[in-house]
Design a protein around this ligand. Sequence first.
Ligand code: ATP
Length: 301
Amino acid sequence: MVRHFHIDNPTMKNDSSTAGVHIPSARAIESVGAGGFRSDLLRSTSKSSAIKAEVRGLDFHYGGFRALKDVSMQVQANEVTALIGPSGCGKSTFLRCFNRMHDLYPGSRYDGEIRLYPDDVNLLAPDIDPVETRIRIGMVFQKPNPFPKSIFENVAYGLRITGEKRRQVIHEKVEKALRDAALWDEVKDRLHQPATSLSGGQQQRLCIARTLATEPEIVLFDEPTSALDPIATASIEELIIELKERVTILIVTHNMQQAGRVSRYTAFMYLGELVEFGETSRIFTRPAKRETENYITGRFG
Ligand SMILES: Nc1ncnc2c1ncn2[C@@H]1O[C@H](COP(=O)(O)OP(=O)(O)OP(=O)(O)O)[C@@H](O)[C@H]1O
């Protein structure tokens, strides 16, 4: 079945099967409510209601395996959109299409489009340079992966590969990125120490600073806190909420409370399909689909 999800009506206007809305158990609501919805996120209507990206009929194959099936969805600018679903449903595969990460491996095939606005370019078009795309669309991985370089050089790296040579500009941009990643105060006196001397949470904020340095339009977070303790997790979540003022964010998470805390929109995926998409508060309290309800109530996955 072809499903198209549009932000102008997040309650699935094109889906004919929404008539029987299932109300989830109290446990589902509690399980998210424990972390607390950020109701301020929902009130903070972003400066615009612009669409940053639109996924149209996206299929993705690993060789002969069809990992994404006709996914269509809009991504709202300056908001956080969470991707949830059981292991193996295609969340990371979907995320990696946005910055053409799959191009690095042979046998991958994209069909469909991801249109990036306001330029209105198709990120999956063959004439789009994947390296340039990865600068415009940054990514932060599950495990912090700093380069074996100094703290400073980790952040300067992206600037150097974009051809920036002016020392002063590099210094200013490194400082700004570290400030934006809420790390500056902790590292300003040790910029030339190895990045590996930082704690796990600091390393993840360094990876965020490294991504921010080249001023991306979208940042993709693939389970960014799964390797971190609760305190480091809280600081990354705070950062994600702040960053959406400047960038558009897509985040894969297995943590329902986290999706409830940081995201305004949630997409539930299952077996390579986008099953349901809408405002996070609705998805967790009034999911329209049985599969979504089963997932958020912990009945599978
Ligand atoms: N490099 C690959 N080659 C072949 N199949 C792959 C490859 N990477 C992922 N897959 C398959 O694609 C499907 C989607 O995987 P993906 O990693 O996107 O799922 P996910 O929802 O992110 O899972 P998880 O939550 O466990 O990280 C799975 O069936 C997986 O086995």
